[in-house]
Design a protein around this ligand. Sequence first.
Ligand code: PAF
Length: 279
Amino acid sequence: MKVKIIEKIDTMRRLRRRLVEPVGFVPTMGYLHEGHLSLVRVAREENTSVVVSIFVNPTQFGPQEDLTSYPRNTKRDLELLAKETVDVVFIPEASEMYPGSYSTWVEVDRLTQRLEGASRPSHFKGVTTVVAKLFNIIQPTQAYFGQKDAQQIAVIKRMVADLNMNLKIVTAPTVREPDGLAMSSRNSYLNPQERQAAVVLYQALCLAQQLWSQGEKNAPRICQEMINLIQKQPLASIDYISVADAETLNELDTISSPALVSLAVGIGKTRLIDNIVLQ
Ligand code: PAF
């Protein structure tokens, strides 16, 4: 079947009625990489129909962030998706998603206040609002998100449970470059020197994993070792390093339950995030 490219919300809704259940949905902001494609492949395996959205959601970018420079290449994205046997690609216009009269927001409390939420105060309000809108339009049976955005997954799962949304959220593992750097559209901002330096995020996570495997359960000590390692890289500036309960995202002193080790580090002017779960 040829992939259908839909821009209008009404057309998407009409087409949705004809899609055979179950319907898997992969929301993206485009500039697709292997991480996105791995989500599409899992969605393909687990569903009869697959919908992918491409929408650079303006409301999840802060005023000083990279909305205008965010990488875009819809032509290439569509070529990649055609090879994955996707049924529908939904590419709405910002003016239809957020008309001038737009006034409704979906906000998740507490979980959004730490980590990414502390550094990017309005970010999750934009994410949950657009994801709720996309879920309403596409009505998926299951939606697919990458583990790289661990806090985003926790927040979306909370929203789905709290608002009794009728779908399952599926998480797929982070896809990495051969040297361990997590795939991200923002990696395209890195110059060759910065690209080499960026591997320090993964090295710090591997160090945490190693210390924990050797019996270290003290979270602040693990964080300190990660800081020491990252500070040796002159192009890196730490935003946060956290060892938190994987579900509540509350910071841990002693690691007993599954722990989310996450970090945000600037490499030159590019802010990168990554995480692993110790369990
Ligand atoms: O993870 C992303 O790419 C975005 O936050 C999402 C879920 C597509 C919402 O705009």
